[in-house]
Write a protein that binds this ligand. Sequence first.
Ligand SMILES: *Cc1c(COP(=O)(O)O)cnc(C)c1O
Length: 351
Amino acid sequence: MKPLIDLIRPNIWNLAPYSTARDEYSGAIGIFLDANENPYNNGVNRYPDPHQIDLKNMLASIKNVSSSQLFIGNGSDEAIDIVYRIFCNPGKDNVVSIAPTYGMYKVAANINDIQFREVSIKNNNKDCFELDAEKLLEKTDENTKIIFLCSPNNPSGNNLSRTEINKLLCSFDGIVVIDEAYIDFSTAESYSRKLAKYPNLIILQTLSKAWGVAGIRIGLAFASEEIVYFMSKVKYPYNINVLTQDAALNILKQDNDIREMIKIIQRERDELAIRIKSFPFIEKVYASDSNFLLIKCFNPKKIYNFLLKKGIIVRDRSNVPGCESCLRISIGTPEENSTLIKTLLSYELLL
Ligand SMILES: *Cc1c(COP(=O)(O)O)cnc(C)c1O
C-alpha cells in the first residue's frame, strides 16, 4: 500500500473540520447555553452526539472491532460517497469494480466525477459469477485509488473467492473496499478480522438488511483508525440523528432475536431455491449466500408481469449485463414465500 498521504486528496488531508459546540464541551450535565438550541425539552431539542459514542461502543463490541476503527454513516450510501470524496480527485482519479454489482458504486463515482472501470465477473463457460483478481489488476493504473468489491455480491448473491480477494489486498497499492451488506446471511467470516493485516482495507456493512432497520438509515464502515479519522472529518457533523441513534441502540440490544430471524431467512432461502429450481420455466437458480435469489428464467418479463398482476413485486434484472433473463427475489416471511410458490404454480398451469 502507498502511504496514506499519497492516497488521501490533499485538500482533505489539510482540511480543518467544523468544530461543533459538543466538540468544545462534551460533559453530559449542566446548563447548555452553547448551541443556540431551544431549551424546552421535547426529547429532540438537543443536537445529536456528532461522534455517536454510545452507538459506536455498542457496535464495536458486537462487531469485535475497536470504536476508533468504526465509521457510522446515514446508510451505506453515505460511507460509499465519503470514501470517494476522501481518496479520489474529481476529473483525475479512477476506481475499478466488478460487474454486475450494486449500482450505487457507479452512481456515486459519476456524481464525484470519478471514472468507473468495470470488470465482468460472469464466467460464461461455467455459468456462474467468479472474481478474477488478475483481470481487475490489469484495469488499474497510477490513478486508480480504489477497488470496489461486494461479497456476498448483489445481485449475483454469492460470496466472492477469498483467494482472489486476498490477492487484491496484497498486490493492489490503493484502497480495497469490500461491501458486506449481506454477510450476516452467509457462513463466510467477515473481513473485519483482517483489519490489522491489511491497512488498505475498508469494510462496509449496514443495519438495513439482517438487522431489519432499513428505515432508520445506518451504514457502517470498518477501517484503520487513520482512514476512519479522515472519513469522520468529511461527514456532516450531525449525520446520524437522535431518533436513529436511539432506535439503533434498541435494536442492537435484541441481537438474539435477530439471530433467530436470520436462521429462518436462511432456511427459507435454501428451501425456496430448491422449489423454484423445479419449475420447468426456470433455467437456473444461482447459489446464494445472501437473503435473495437470482433466478434465470426462460421468459423473465412474462413471469415478472404475471407476479406483478398477482401483487408480488420482484426485481427485474434482465437488462443488467451479466444478468440476462434474470429476476432477483428477496426472501420474504414463510407465508409470503409460500404465496410466491403458489403463484408460480398457477403460472405453470397457464403454460
Ligand atoms: C442494500 C445494500 C446496501 C445497504 O445500503 P444502505 O444505504 O445501508 O441501506 C449496501 N450495499 C449493498 C450491496 C446492498 O445491496
